[in-house]
Design a protein around this ligand. Structure first.
Ligand code: NAD
Length: 473
C-alpha cells in the first residue's frame, strides 16, 4: 500500500479490488473531496459474499487460540498506524484529531480485549444416564453495517467478535465515512486468511443489497431506527438473525444535590461530544428547579468557550456535522425552535454561505415537553434543558419516549440515584457519568433503540448459535 491517504480499494477474498465507478468522500469541514471510494457493483458484492462463504469452513475449524491471536493482531495493526488512521478519520468524519485518535486507540484496545473473551461451554446435564453440553458455534457469514458517527469503533464492535467466534464477515461502512475501514481491510490482507474479512464500499444501494443477500447468515447493524426497521424486514425473507443498535433520545436527570463542581465538565462533554452526533449523547437534560440556573450557567460558560472548527486546526474542540443531509436536519430543528419562540441560552444561529457544515453549540432554555427539540433525536449540538420539580413526573417524562437506549442520573446520593436508574426504561443507565461502554459490558437498546445486544458475553453470543451434544452413557 503506497499511500495511506490515496488509492482506496475494497478487500475481497484477500485482494485489493477497485471498481468501475466511485463515490466521492467529502470532508465536512471544507466540502472538498477527500478521496474517491470504490462503488461496489452487485457482481462484486456476490464475489465478497462467495469469498466469505468459501473461507468460513476453514476459519471456523481454525483453533480458537489462533483466531484470538489474529483478532489481537488487528489491534496491533491499528495501533501501529494510529497517527495515519486518526488523520484520515478527521478528514472524512470531521471530528478533531484528538477525539479521532481516541477512537482509533480505543478500537485497538477493543480488539485486544475481545481477543481474550471466552466462548462458554455449558454442561446442562451430567447424570448416570447421559451428559449434555451446549457449545456456541459460528453462524457463517456476517454482514456488518455501520454508520458515520463512530465509523471505526462501531465497526470493530462487529469485526472482532464475529471473527473470534469463527464467522467470516463482509463489512460495509457508511458511504460518508468508508476510508478508515477500507484501509484496515487492506492492512489486514497479509495477516488474515483470504475471504475471512471483506470490506466493501458504495452508495445508498449497497446496504439494501447486502442485507437482502441470500449468502448472508446474520446482519449486525448500527444506524438509525427507520433503517433498522427496513433491515429487519429484509432479513425476515430468509429468517436471518439480526442485531440492531439504533437511535436514542437519552435523558439525563440532574438532582438538586448534584455536585456540580465535580460533574459539570462531564455533563457538558456528554451532551456535545462529537458535536452531539453520538447515539448515547445526553439529548434531553432534566434539571431540578433548585439547581436549574447554576447548571445552565455552567453549561453555557463551557459552550461559549468551546471552539467549533476544522478538526485539523489546532484548538478546535468540536468539528462540523458529518454530512450535508444531517446538517440540514439539525438546521431544520433549530429553525423550528426559533419559529416556535424558544429561547436559546447560547447558539441557535447557523452562519449561512461559508464552507463546511458547522453548527455552533446550542442550548435551549426550558422548551415545552412536546417541542421537537425535546422529542426528536437531534444528532447535533442542540441541547434542551428542561426544569422539573417532582421525581415521579420527571421519570414519567424521561420514559415517555419511543427510544430506550441509555440515560443518566446525577446526584450526590448514589443509592437514591440507583433507585431512579432502575425505573428508567433504557438498556444502560449511568450514575454521575455517561458513555462508559466497555467490551465486557452488554450494550442493548430497549424499545425502538434496538434489538439484541452488542458486547459482553451476550453480545459475543449473538455471533453464534447454540449446539447441544448429548451423549448417552
Ligand atoms: P443510517 O441508518 O442512515 O445508516 C446506517 C448504515 O446503514 C449506513 O452504512 C447506511 O449506508 C446503511 N443503510 C442505509 N439504508 C440501508 C438499508 N435499507 N439496508 C441496509 N443498510 C442500509 O444511520 P446514520 O445516519 O449513518 O447514523 C446515525 C444513526 O445511527 C442515529 O440514529 C444514531 O443514534 C444511530 N446510532 C446508534 C448507535 C447504537 O449503538 N445504538 C451507535 C451509533 C449510531
Amino acid at each position: 500500500m503506497a499511500d495511506f491517504f490515496n488509492n482506496f480499494a475494497m478487500t475481497i477474498d484477500g485482494q485489493s479490488i477497485s471498481s468501475a465507478t466511485t463515490v466521492d468522500v467529502i470532508n465536512p469541514a471544507n466540502e472538498d473531496v477527500v478521496a474517491k471510494a470504490p462503488d461496489c457493483s452487485r457482481e462484486q458484492l456476490d464475489q465478497a459474499v462467495a469469498a466469505a462463504r468459501k473461507a468460513f469452513p476453514k476459519w471456523r475449524a481454525t483453533p480458537l487460540e489462533e483466531r484470538r491471536r489474529l483478532v489481537a493482531k488487528m489491534g496491533e495493526v491499528i495501533a501501529q498506524h494510529a497517527d495515519d488512521f486518526a488523520r484520515l478519520f478527521t478528514l472524512e468524519q470531521g471530528r478533531p484529531l484528538k477525539g479521532a485518535r481516541m477512537e482509533v486507540d480505543f478500537s485497538a484496545f477493543w480488539c485486544g480485549a475481545i481477543a481474550q473473551q471466552e466462548i462458554p461451554v455449558e454442561v446442562t446435564e451430567d447424570s448416570e444416564q447421559r451428559r449434555s453440553e451446549t457449545r456456541h458455534v459460528p453462524l457463517g457469514v456476517v454482514a456488518g453495517i455501520v454508520p458515520w458517527n463512530f465509523p471505526f469503533n462501531l465497526a470493530i464492535w462487529k469485526i472482532a467478535p464475529a471473527l473470534l467466534t469463527g464467522n467470516a464477515i463482509v463489512l460495509k461502512p457508511s458511504p460518508f465515512t468508508p476510508l478508515t475501514m477500507l484501509k484496515l481491510g487492506e492492512l489486514m490482507q497479509e495477516h488474515l486468511p483470504a475471504g475471512v474479512f471483506n470490506v466493501i464500499s458504495g452508495g445508498d444501494q449497497l446496504g439494501p443489497w447486502l442485507s437482502a443477500h441470500p449468502g448472508i447468515d446474520k446482519i449486525s447493524f448500527t444506524g438509525s431506527t427507520p433503517t433498522g426497521k427496513r433491515v429487519m424486514q429484509t432479513a425476515a425473507e430468509n429468517l436471518k438473525p439480526v442485531t440492531l443498535e439504533l437511535g436514542g433520545n437519552d435523558a439525563a436527570i440532574v438532582m438538586p444535590d448534584v455536585e456540580l463542581d465535580k460533574v459539570a465538565d462531564k455533563l457538558f462533554g456528554a451532551s456535545f461530544a462529537n458535536s452531539g452526533q453520538l447515539c448515547v449523547a445526553i439529548k434531553r437534560m432534566y434539571i431540578h428547579e433548585d439547581v436549574y440556573d447554576q447548571v445552565a450557567d455552567a453549561l453555557v460558560t463551557r459552550a461559549r468557550a468551546a471552539k467549533v472548527g476544522n478538526g485539523l486546526e489546532q484548538g478546535s474542540n468540536y468539528g462540523p456535522i458529518q454530512n450535508r443531509p444531517q446538517f440540514e436536519k439539525v438546521k431544520d430543528l433549530i429553525r423550528d425552535a426559533r419559529e416556535n419562540g424558544l429561547n436559546f441560552l447560547v447558539g441557535g444561529d447557523v452562519p449561512e454561505g461559508g464552507k463546511g457544515y458547522f453548527v455552533p453549540l446550542a442550548i435551549v432554555d426550558n422548551p415545552p415537553e412536546d417541542s421537537r427539540v425535546v422529542q426528536e433525536e437531534a444528532f447535533g449540538p442542540v441541547l434542551p434543558l428542561i426544569k422539573f420539580s417532582d421525581i415521579d413526573d420527571v421519570i414519567e417524562r424521561a420514559n415517555a419516549s419511543d427510544y430506550g437506549l441509555a440515560g443518566s442520573v446525577w446526584s450526590a446520593d448514589s443509592q437514591g440515584a440507583i433507585d431512579i436508574a432502575a425505573r428508567l426504561e433504557t438498556g444502560t443507565v449511568w450514575v454521575n457519568e455517561t458513555q462508559y461502554i466497555m467490551p465486557w459490558t452488554p450494550f442493548a437498546g430497549h424499545k425502538l433503540s434496538g434489538f439484541g445486544v452488542e458486547n459482553g458475553r451476550e453480545g459475543l453470543l449473538e455471533f453464534t448459535k447454540p449446539q447441544t451434544i448429548t451423549v448417552a452413557k
